[in-house]
Design a protein around this ligand. Structure first.
Ligand SMILES: *Cc1c(COP(=O)(O)O)cnc(C)c1O
Length: 426
């Protein structure tokens, strides 16, 4: 007899079960996210490192001895400063004094780890990831620690952001002379070859369930789900993930019966989701929601929040998550974000990623405007930080590009050399 499946994949729109082969799109053609459905409806928190504590609700079977995971704690100085007695912080970065173990300093590592394991279990191939920085660094670090080969495609000017704390000998970095969109295009060129597999982004359930561990960590630390979940978003994948994790926690029965409200923020002047959501629209009107996109993107403090094609409209995406949770969105200026980052450094002695500073600034705005009830419980997802602190303990190893291609290049430009390089890894 075959053992019962740990999880199934289901199309959110059609409700039909979908075969799991690292599947990221609905084979029936629905424009919908797929979602995992776990056999275990009660969560057991395991005595395992990092995110593997929550392996019941990760779409993987294997556990690795890697410590990266979220940490949830309280900050008296910050609680006092904001007048929030029930404020919980979930820190995703490097901060050993608080057990913050993410050496590449952002919650992208929570996504990278289950993604590479899922790929190996369901469809062994070489994963191809397009990134503007944090995602690429997280996948390179994961490759360095596991030996699993990956290809990371970045715009040329993002190369300086790629480093690891262990040698990433099985990783291949390709720089594109262009912007993030050009990097995405070239990554699709590579994925057209049979040996390679497009990572999938928000459509990849391993990424979302990996990020969802922040909500699980928060709820199991607090003893119930928070009333409000705050996060800065670029794609909004973390917001979707928090909603999905909260639905699972509702099904568990021990963590409350109400969905936490999602309070999501973007960085002015590039705030397409804030604009569309506040207008009550599921679809973007580019001229209204992202006018002069290139110029606006160049001006923000946190460029990880500048995705031009976020999974906002798709069934099961950001709009649905916001609607279900009766959420709110905030537009935060550079100055407000920098002030929030300074305040955090003053209160806690650790530097925040600019995106996490945007998030903290949004909480301040929510308090000031009366958008939240200060007596209720807040979970603040600090999605990155500790860049200064990590340098004290680790040598940061820069990553070199194996190939550089012009924007708009076809795979033929490097096909032969790339295949030779990758086969020497395997
Ligand atoms: C990617 C990233 C975000 C945005 O996350 P999404 O949920 O994917 O929009 C926020 N903060 C940091 C530090 C990030 O790297």
């Amino acid at each position: 007899m075959t053992p019962p499946l740990k999880y199934r994949l289901r199309c959110v729109q059609g409700g039909e079960e979908v075969p799991e082969q690292y599947t990221t799109t609905c084979p029936g053609g629905h424009a919908s996210l797929l979602r995992t459905e776990y056999a275990k409806t009660r969560l057991s928190v395991r005595k395992l490192p990092g995110i593997f504590r929550f392996c019941d609700w990760l779409p993987i079977h294997r556990i690795l001895p890697i410590e990266a995971g979220p940490v949830c704690f309280r900050s008296q100085p910050l609680s006092r400063e904001l007048g929030l007695p029930h404020l919980y912080l979930d820190f995703n970065g490097y901060w050993p004094e608080r057990k913050g173990t993410i050496t590449t300093c952002s919650f992208k590592e929570l996504e990278a780890l289950p993604t590479v394991i899922r790929m190996q279990e369901q469809r062994p191939a070489t994963l191809v990831i397009a990134s503007a920085g944090n995602t690429g660094r997280a996948f390179l670090q994961t490759s360095a620690l596991t030996g699993i080969p990956v290809i990371v495609v970045v715009p040329e000017r993002s190369l300086a952001r790629l480093w690891t704390t262990a040698p990433a000998d099985n990783a291949c970095v390709i720089t594109v002379k262009g912007d993030y969109t050009d990097a995405i295009r070239f990554s699709r060129e590579i994925s057209s070859l049979p040996q390679f597999l497009e990572e999938g982004g928000a459509k990849n359930v391993a990424r979302r369930d990996g990020m969802g561990t922040v909500m699980l960590d928060g709820a199991t630390t607090i003893g119930r789900m928070p009333d409000y979940y705050f996060q800065a978003i670029g794609s909004g994948t973390g917001g979707i993930a928090a909603w999905e994790a909260a639905m699972r926690l509702m099904g568990d029965g021990r963590f409350g019966t109400r969905l936490p409200e999602l309070h999501l923020s973007q960085n002015l002047p590039f705030v397409p989701m804030v604009s569309a959501w506040n207008a009550g629209r599921r679809t973007f009107i580019p001229e209204t929601d992202m006018p002069d996109a290139k110029e606006a993107i160049a001006q923000v403090y946190s460029d990880v929040l500048t995705n031009r094609e976020p999974p906002y409209s798709i069934v099961g995406g950001v709009f649905d998550a916001m609607t279900a949770s009766k959420g709110r969105m905030y537009a935060v200026s550079n100055e407000e974000a920098q002030e929030a980052g300074d305040l955090f450094l003053e209160c806690e002695g650790i530097d925040l990623d600019p995106a996490a500073a945007v998030c903290l600034a949004s909480l301040d705005k929510a308090c000031e405007s009366g958008a939240i009830d200060r007596k209720k419980t807040v979970l603040l997802n600090l999605t990155g930080g500790g860049y200064t602190r990590v340098r004290e303990d680790h040598e940061l190893i820069p990553v070199r590009a194996s190939f550089t291609v012009p924007a708009g290049a076809s795979i033929d430009a490097i096909r032969k050399e790339l295949l030779e390089k990758v086969s020497s890894h395997a």
